[in-house]
Design a protein around this ligand. Structure first.
Ligand code: ACM
Ligand code: ZN
Length: 761
């Protein structure tokens, strides 16, 4: 090929590529398979009609589009069954197509949305609505000429909502479903049952909702620490709620109109304290309810079968989730009935007994024309032959199941648990477990490499799971979902070769306004400044780099202790400093602050010459990174597993810092950690900070007693003191350890002190 032809070809490819790239302004999420722009625009006006093909059986789709145009643009469009110009045509081709596939063309004749099914048309309408929103600054709905082809990559695009830990009222559940629908997700896994709450009316067993749906509130104790059923009208503080059969039917119908299957989860054989406190006869030991059903009692199976018979009446979808996770098996090994069962069935281990349990339930569920799905523990002891596996402890269970020919839904804790925090800021609302940010979810590929080529079709898709130990309101649910569900939708709907992260970030900028217009509380964690510090040894200056996850928004900052405004210094590159600085940084979007602030003192007093002498050695497993960890410019976050914390059990935290030369200082402070809910780390009882010029005569600048805090949530406490500016060569810090955990603590044994990042100024 000669050079000019090659140039022409490259040019042509570039032009085609540009043409195929969606203009970010439209910000459609999830990204459609193919978008081609043409010259021209079509304006929807009061003469436009909605043409509805006569084979379309879903009036709610037309209603949704009609209401959207009425609410947003005050346009009341008439319906028509005559093909005409100036119309939005909804046409069902009836041809075979992927479930949910649709096409849309916008041209002189108006909008034509074609789907092979009603579901496809519904998705086309979701795309159209996104093209018309946010409506900020738009007077009338004007659409670019465009041609779109679209279909989903995966069949299972879902989210699980736990309504057991905290009850989510019916109307809030609908609001959750709305968010799934606008993102073309199609599975709503409803975790209706858990150890600390039963949430579904069962006629045969009224106590499940008379009592199992209500729990005593016991002071500051969390319900999973001390759970006791009660009744709604009992004396004292009571927490709970449940769905009547009518409520369930309403939610299922609401979801169905949005092409979302509802998968009910009835937990067994573990996580069942609520049910077993109501019906102790199905526990191995009726005096000690462990939350695990007795596998030796035929009555248990009858009880669960009766429940499932009522459940399948309410849920027409093909799957029924039986939980199966985290089953403590100690009670089985002590129970005579369970032992007899094991003998009779020739079962050697508790895992095989669990497998017997699940297989027996599977036969019943199959007889009811439903497919059993369970958490990956159902693999232990042998999987029922028709079972589908939901892989949550990583993707390994999913790989094993798929390679053995079972269908799989991926929902690994990392990165798909939505109860995990999505940012590292100390201002984040309470979360649970690890750290799953937006882009980690965006990058998730449901098909791991270890799945055999001919088994890939067994990966149905994936879902995000929102457990609600820490989540009590619709607003917090929305915060945990958004924008992570937006990222998940693109990971599951959009084919891998059409994903483009930079483009997604630009679209997210449009989407944020869309979410705002809908009144949703979305997280700005991905827009919160984060930092890195470097040190230039030759010039003896530090460099502070600021960034944020999306790196799309401006960061403004101050160094004088004030809160940044839109007029504050714009971050344009590393901030150089040779003396300590007090940074206050914030992201700004369209002139308004967004996300959380970053407020930290970055210190310069600790050069290479500086030495640290520990009175009591830190524990090697919590070294924080070694002897210089206390001033490495990495501030540990509010999590016990952050490797930046330096920890010591039982003994006092005692350090002497030899600065190596006299330095003028007027402030010394540091952070301590406590997390009663998840660790043995507690705040010290007293902190003493003293300074010295000669290493012999010390001047105490702080001696503070610290009151015990019984709060279960993690705490970072900064303890520090201002003093008259003076030359300092030595700093001594003593933090008193309470040695052993107090009686009321959830754990027993030594108390730990975690310390990090000494700031000096
Ligand atoms: C689970 O997170 N226990 C399924
Ligand atoms: Zn038993």
């Amino acid at each position: 090929m000669d050079f000019s032809r090659l140039t022409l070809l490259i040019l042509l490819l570039v032009v085609t590529a540009c043409k195929n790239t969606e203009q970010p302004k439209m910000g459609i999420i999830p990204q459609p398979s193919e978008i081609k722009y043409q010259e021209g625009v079509f304006a929807i006006n009061d003469k436009t009609v909605i043409f509805v093909g006569n084979n379309i059986e879903a009036p709610q789709i037309t209603n949704e589009l009609g209401s959207f145009l009425k609410d947003n643009f005050n346009l009341s469009l008439e319906l028509s069954t005559v093909v005409q110009d100036n119309a939005i045509h909804l046409i069902k081709s009836g041809e075979d197509g992927e479930n949910g596939a649709y096409s849309m063309t916008i041209g002189k004749e108006g909008v034509v949305i074609k789907g092979s099914t009603d579901q496809g048309i519904f998705y086309g309408v979701q795309t159209l609505k996104q093209m018309l929103s946010p409506k900020v600054g738009v007077k009338e709905p004007v659409l670019n000429f465009v041609s779109i082809q679209d279909s989903p990559a995966y069949k299972w695009r879902g989210m699980m909502l736990d309504v057991a830990r905290h009850f989510v009222p019916k109307d809030s559940v609908k609001k959750v479903i709305d968010i799934l629908a606008m993102h073309k997700l199609n599975k709503f896994h409803w975790h209706l049952v858990d150890g600390i709450g039963w949430r579904i009316q069962i006629d045969a067993y009224p106590e499940l909702t008379n009592k199992g749906a209500w729990r005593k509130v016991k002071g500051d104790k969390k319900p999973w620490e001390d759970f006791e059923i009660t009744s709604k009208d009992a004396e004292g503080e009571v927490y709970g709620g449940y769905y009547t059969k009518e409520d369930i039917r309403e939610i299922v119908a609401y979801a169905r109109e949005r092409y979302i299957d509802v998968i009910p989860e009835i937990e067994m054989p573990g996580h069942s304290e609520a049910a077993l406190q109501c019906y102790p006869e199905f526990s191995c030991d009726t005096d000690v309810i462990t939350g695990v059903y007795c596998a030796g009692n035929d009555g248990t199976f009858q009880f669960l079968q009766n429940i499932i018979s009522e459940v399948v009446e309410l849920f027409p979808n093909e799957y029924l989730h039986i939980g199966g996770d985290e089953v403590g098996k100690e009670s089985w090994l002590k129970c005579d009935k369970c032992k007899i069962r094991m003998q009779r069935e020739g079962l050697q281990t508790a895992e095989e007994l669990q497998s017997y349990f699940v297989k027996r339930m599977e036969k019943f569920i199959h007889s009811k024309n439903r497919k059993l799905i369970g958490w990956d523990e159902i693999l232990e002891g042998g999987l029922p032959e028709r079972a589908t596996v939901m892989s949550w402890r990583g993707v390994e269970g999913g790989i094993e199941a798929a390679n053995a020919g079972h269908d799989v839904v991926m929902s690994p804790g990392d990165p798909l648990y939505l109860d995990h925090s999505q940012g590292k800021s100390e201002y984040e609302p309470p979360s649970w477990g690890g750290y799953n940010n937006v882009l980690k979810i965006y990058d998730f590929d449901p098909i791991p490499k270890d799945i055999a080529l001919d088994k890939k079709q067994h990966i149905l898709g994936a879902q995000g799971n929102l457990w609600t130990e820490q989540v009590k309101s619709l607003s917090h649910i929305q915060y945990m979902m958004l924008p992570r569900i937006s990222a998940l939708s693109e990971a599951l709907w959009t084919k891998a070769d059409k994903k483009n992260k930079e483009h997604f970030i630009k679209k997210l900028d449009v989407h944020f306004d869309r979410l705002k217009e809908l009144g949703y509380n979305f997280s700005g964690s991905s827009l919160t400044p984060d930092y890195d510090v470097s040190y230039d040894k030759i010039n003896k200056v530090f460099g502070l780099s600021l960034h944020n996850e999306l790196d799309f928004y401006e960061i403004r900052y101050t160094l004088d202790g004030s809160n940044p405004t839109v007029h504050s210094e714009l971050y344009a590159g590393p901030i150089e400093y040779a003396t300590s600085i007090e940074l206050n940084a914030m992201c700004f979007r369209n002139g308004k602050p967004i996300g959380f602030p970053l407020k930290k003192m970055f210190s310069t007093g600790f050069g290479d010459q500086c030495k640290v002498i520990y009175g009591n050695a830190y524990d090697e497993t919590y070294s924080g990174g070694g002897d210089k960890a206390l001033f490495d410019n990495k501030f540990a976050i509010a999590r016990g597993d952050d490797p930046s914390w330096q920890g010591i059990p039982q003994k006092d935290f005692e350090v002497l810092i030899d600065l190596g030369s006299a330095t003028e200082l007027s402030y010394v402070g540091l952070n301590f950690f406590q997390d009663i809910g998840a660790t043995s780390v507690m705040l010290p009882t007293q902190v003493i900070i003293s300074i010295s010029m000669d290493g012999e005569n010390y001047n105490t600048v702080l001696d503070e007693s610290i009151a015990t805090q019984e709060k279960r949530e993690p705490i970072i406490k900064h303890i520090g003191s201002e003093f008259e500016k003076q030359e300092v060569a030595y700093i001594k810090i003593i933090a008193k350890n309470r040695s052993v955990l107090p009686e009321w603590h959830l754990r027993k044994g030594p108390a730990w002190i975690f310390a990090d990042e000494i700031s000096v100024k």
